[in-house]
Design a protein around this ligand. Structure first.
Ligand SMILES: Cc1cc2nc3c(=O)[nH]c(=O)nc-3n(C[C@H](O)[C@H](O)[C@H](O)COP(=O)(O)OP(=O)(O)OC[C@H]3O[C@@H](n4cnc5c(N)ncnc54)[C@H](O)[C@@H]3O)c2cc1C
Length: 358
């Protein structure tokens, strides 16, 4: 991560940007003790709107923020933005199929011995704290997975190369390599075997963060496109006076507001219904807002015409940055899968008993 990006990110963290999804209802007191502002979605755009366009890796760090908070492991420094965190689930053979992870953490006395490789980890190499999903009981497959906290500098824990990416280039993405890495058993978060449940519940509250990131990217691109449409002249008039572009602008603004409303509504749902699983709304908000970001940023490039295609103007960066929001924290295909599963299962659980028997 570039020094400036890291600084901006940490500044955003201190202003509450990183605390976006560390909602009061799931926050242990330790984070409040750190005086983390309670503001959430409306600060979501720090770092991804026009102002900063820096690094939203905090989105992917939220799971760690939550998990580490649960354990009270240096959470004050984390919440204050003095430490970066990372969450490591993905492996080369385990992307959407997260249950295919192979990294192991085998108990040896009062330590786990970790071996394996995690791929494409946001904040990899930059973060000080990593929550890693690893198999403590490989014979049980995904049910034998646990969430283990590993600190940077632990012997046997190293990093692969920094990935050269299409977008979010200010955010470091690296491999994590574990070779006979010994970690104390106290670093297991929750009970052994609960790793996937922890990870999935974490996604429930972290996905709207990607939605918020997407809204910020779309809104930033829209601001620039509107300004360009009002100032670039062709045929003796601003290009924004032509109906073809005016209608595009209208649709872009409408989609952004719709995405924003869904992300806010999801955050409110999470805040006010702590006992309910927000899986459906979290998936909807991430999926819808990221699709909007892709559409809006593509249209914004179109409004810039040929200049939009050049690196000299900032607009192409929004389009590149938008793409990742459709991919990470579960691709949008996986989000749609989650949504339809929940809808169908809700339908079956609501059906009268007689109908169910039929
Ligand atoms: C920049 C970046 C940062 C990341 N940061 C992190 C991080 O911090 N921590 C972490 O753990 N991971 C991280 N990831 C990994 C990310 O979450 C995965 O890339 C993502 O979950 C998809 O996995 P995959 O890339 O292996 O795609 P695959 O699972 O191989 O999918 C390939 C294609 O098949 C589709 N597909 C797969 N299964 C299905 C299905 N059942 N139904 C329909 N379509 C399907 C997918 O939608 C996709 O289009 C990051 C990735 C990137 C690119």
């Amino acid at each position: 991560m570039k020094k400036t990006s890291r600084r901006s990110f940490l500044k955003a963290a201190a202003r509450g940007g990183v605390g976006l999804l560390v909602l009061p209802n799931i926050l242990p007191r330790s984070l409040f003790a750190a005086d983390l502002p309670g503001k959430r979605i409306h600060v979501a755009q720090i770092g991804c709107g026009r102002e900063g366009r820096v690094d939203m890796s905090g989105v992917m760090a939220h799971p760690t923020a939550r998990i580490v908070a649960v354990c009270d492991l240096d959470s004050k420094r984390l919440a204050a933005g003095k430490k970066l965190a990372a969450f490591a689930l993905t492996e080369p053979q385990a992307g959407s199929d997260a249950g295919a992870v192979r990294t192991t953490a085998i108990r040896d006395g009062d330590h786990y011995v970790m071996n394996g490789t995690k791929q494409w980890i946001t904040n990899g190499g930059e973060a000080e704290i990593y929550s890693v999903i690893a198999l403590t009981n490989p014979a049980k497959g995904p049910r034998g997975a646990s969430c283990i906290v590993v600190e940077k500098g632990t012997p046997g824990f190293t990093f692969g190369k920094k990935e050269d990416k299409l977008g979010i280039r200010a955010s470091a993405t690296r491999e994590l390599i574990f070779q006979d890495c010994r970690v104390p058993v106290e670093n297991c978060l929750g009970r052994e075997g609960m790793g996937f449940i922890t990870a999935m519940k974490t996604f429930d509250v972290s996905r709207p963060g990607v939605g918020a990131q997407a809204v910020g990217i779309a809104a930033g691109a829209f601001d620039l496109a509107l300004e360009y449409a009002c100032t670039r002249r062709q045929f003796g008039s601003p290009v924004g006076s032509f109906q073809g572009l005016r209608f595009m602008l209208a649709d872009m603004a409408t989609k952004i507001e719709a995405a924003r409303a869904l992300v806010y509504a999801t955050a409110k749902y999470i805040d006010t219904k702590p006992k309910e699983r927000p899986t459906l709304y979290s998936a909807m908000s991430k999926c819808f807002a990221s699709d909007v970001a892709m559409e809006v940023t593509t249209d914004a490039v179109q409004i810039f015409g040929g200049y939009g295609y050049m690196h000299d103007y900032p607009i192409e960066k929004y389009m590149r940055d938008a793409k990742i929001t459709q991919i990470y924290e579960g691709t949008n295909q996986i989000q749609r899968d989650e949504m339809s599963k929940t809808l169908i299962s809700n339908f079956h659980s609501r059906r009268p008993v007689a109908a169910r028997a039929a």
